[in-house]
Ligand binder design. Structure first.
Ligand code: 9MR
Ligand code: 9MR
Length: 592
């Protein structure tokens, strides 16, 4: 366009605009035109599952299902009545092709619009999604080289050895003076940053271990190609153990309290792990960290008891750690982590992720439930209020009560728990699920996710996944398949049937997340981001102030830009429920 007269330039741009307008939302993806006004799970569906696509707009009333290779029409259907989106006011209709069960590769076509992303109908359709999500944790490993054999083109040298971590002034204790050195290697990086936070590690590890306890036989063949594969232990447990070994180092041997986090004073730059050289500290012990630690150690003790021959003494070490942690918490029932307060008293200032929980009642519930399940001692439940008469909160890093419910239910029979308590917890889980299901058929994307604008909080993809998990527990309790269908709907949401049109798991889908706020993905010079990581998803608060958001509507407030830590970071506590949901659906599909 060298030296074009301004008038022609204007005309040229105008023509471009018209062309764009004609082709509307379509954009070429993986070599074909995919109509973005048609939204669906870009991976696919089980043969007997509910199969739904969403068609944006009011005008169209019919759709076709076509064989992706031959273009042959296999089904013609009518779109539903229009639905109005409560967040954006946009109108859409539902295309339901659940009756098609034949395995194959298909597209949905709305004649005047175009074709959807291609997808499959087949058994084990989420096998790769589930395995990649678990493999995502391998890529988050600190202190370890990732060789090509396991990491493919994302191979990288080890970063953050963490064998010389400093005791922060806030963390001094008997035998550990300020700036003395401890070793605290391994563990997973928390997220797009490289720090390691016990509170967030707790819910993450607990969620993964619960998948193992809920679907043990599925986990036997849940394979991710990690260095420990073939050691006779499920990969899921090997992966969890990588983090568990780090967690064990975070307990102060002097008194059993657990450091809140292992961190740089400030975030590393957007550089590779091995390029990071800043000193790292363990900071202040706290009750939330200690109780989350106790819960995970108790659960691990239970699980690794059955692997005594592989890991001699591990289970006992976990018991000891859990008991010591519990005793510390008893003496320190509500020591909160106030980062700003801490920084007023101690140097250096620490400004990385705070995970500053203001209420530890729920951590008490979770830890008590796990200790009780481990020891069968009623004592642990003394003074613990399960508050089953109040609405059940969805698990998040700051709210873990429901993890305690899940464990109490899982072991109710074995523990001969008071039926009054068990029944109240069961009722609460089912009530939570029923509440999610209200008005499902009015939802623009036909998902329980997003009914409430509050679902679009920081890390909203994990809200979808955790709702899915709660629904699967409701299914276990009632055997009513409607709960599995709704859980599946939330996986459909994550994999593309949502208001952004993105498949939120890196490495998957036709409309992919390419620029997560994830330091290795930004710094490694490889176009594709590290795979198997769940992007946070829409978050209308837009705390990152990135300028590339294109919408303020709650369900659209997402930008695939690495500036966006508020909508497009990845995090271990979001990946874990993604692993659970996709793997549990696979496990359940095998049982039918
Ligand atoms: O990279 C950091 C990310 O992991 C956190 O979630 C986020 C919020 O705490 O902060 C990111 O770091 C940014 C910092 O807060 C402000 N300066 C720019 C940093 C990198 O984008
Ligand atoms: O997931 C956390 C979210 O609930 C908080 O609102 C947010 C701001 O404090 O921090 C999120 O956690 C980040 C953590 O602080 C640092 N590592 C990255 C985490 C995910 O963005």
């Amino acid at each position: 366009m060298k030296s074009m007269h301004p008038f022609f330039l204007f005309k040229y741009q105008f023509r471009l605009l018209i062309i764009c307008a004609i082709f509307g939302l379509s954009q070429p993806i993986s070599g074909q035109n995919v109509e973005e006004a048609i939204r669906l799970n870009q991976i696919g569906f089980y043969p007997n599952a509910q199969k739904i696509a969403v068609v944006l707009g009011e005008k169209e009333t019919a759709f076709e299902l076509k064989d992706a290779a031959t273009g042959k029409t296999v089904f013609k259907g009518k779109l539903s009545e229009p639905r109005t989106n409560q967040h954006s006011g946009k109108i859409s209709r539902i295309a339901d092709f659940s009756s098609i069960r034949k395995a194959g590769k298909y597209v949905v076509e709305v004649p005047s619009l175009g074709k959807s992303a291609p997808f499959e109908i087949k058994n084990h359709v989420y096998k790769e999604v589930a395995a990649a999500s678990l493999k995502g944790f391998y890529y988050q490993r600190a202190s370890q080289e990732l060789p090509e054999k396991f990491a493919g083109k994302w191979a990288r040298p080890a970063g953050h050895p963490d064998n010389k971590v400093l005791i922060h002034a806030s963390a001094v204790s008997n035998g550990r003076v300020e700036n003395s050195v401890i070793s605290s290697t391994r563990g997973w990086y928390d997220a797009g940053d490289y720090n390691k936070y016990i509170v967030n590690s707790g819910i993450t590890t607990g969620t993964l271990l619960s998948l193992y306890e809920d679907y043990p036989s599925f986990c036997e063949n849940f394979i991710t190609n990690i260095p420990e594969s073939n050691n006779g232990v499920p990969d899921l447990l090997d992966e969890a153990l990588y983090n568990l070994r780090w967690m064990l180092t975070m307990q102060d041997p002097a008194d059993g309290g657990v450091y809140h986090k292992l961190t740089n004073p400030r975030f590393d730059g957007m550089i590779m792990p091995d390029a990071c050289k800043n000193p790292r500290y363990v900071v202040q012990k706290g009750t939330a960290a200690t109780l989350d630690f106790v819960a995970v150690m108790a659960q691990s003790a239970r699980i690794f008891k059955n692997f005594e021959n592989k890991f001699p003494g591990l289970s006992d070490s976990c018991v000891t750690a859990a008991v010591k942690g519990w005793e510390w918490a008893k003496k320190n029932p509500a020591v909160l982590y106030h980062q700003d307060e801490m920084n007023k008293k101690f140097n250096p200032d620490v400004v990385t992720g705070a995970y500053g929980d203001r209420d530890v009642k729920d951590e008490w519930v979770w830890a008590a439930a796990e200790m009780y399940a481990l020891t069968k001692k009623q004592d642990y439940l003394k003074d613990i209020n399960f508050n089953a008469d109040q609405p059940m909160p969805l698990p998040t890093w700051s709210q873990v009560k429901t993890l305690g419910y899940y464990t109490m239910i899982r072991f109710a029979e074995e523990l001969k728990t008071d039926p009054a308590l068990t029944n109240s917890l069961k009722k609460n889980i089912v009530a939570f699920a029923d509440n999610l299901l209200i008005d499902l058929e009015k939802q623009p994307y036909h998902t329980v996710m997003g009914k409430n604008a509050k679902d679009y909080s920081w890390g909203s993809s994990s809200v979808a996944a955790n709702q899915g998990i709660a629904l699967l527990y409701a299914f276990k309790l009632t055997k009513n398949a409607k709960y599995v269908q709704a859980a599946q709907g939330n996986l459909d949401y994550i994999l593309g049937r949502n208001a952004t049109g993105y498949c939120f798991l890196t490495g998957f889908g036709s409309k992919r997340v390419m620029h997560p706020h994830h330091r290795p993905s930004v710094a490694d010079g490889i176009a594709d981001p590290v795979p198997g990581l769940l992007s946070g998803g829409p978050n209308p608060a837009q705390q990152d102030k990135c300028t590339t958001y294109t919408s303020k509507f709650a369900d659209e407030s997402f930008t695939d830009d690495d500036c966006s830590y508020a909508s497009n970071e990845i995090a271990i506590n979001w990946n874990a429920p993604m692993v659970y949901l996709s793997a549990a659906l696979e496990a359940l599909s095998e049982m039918k």
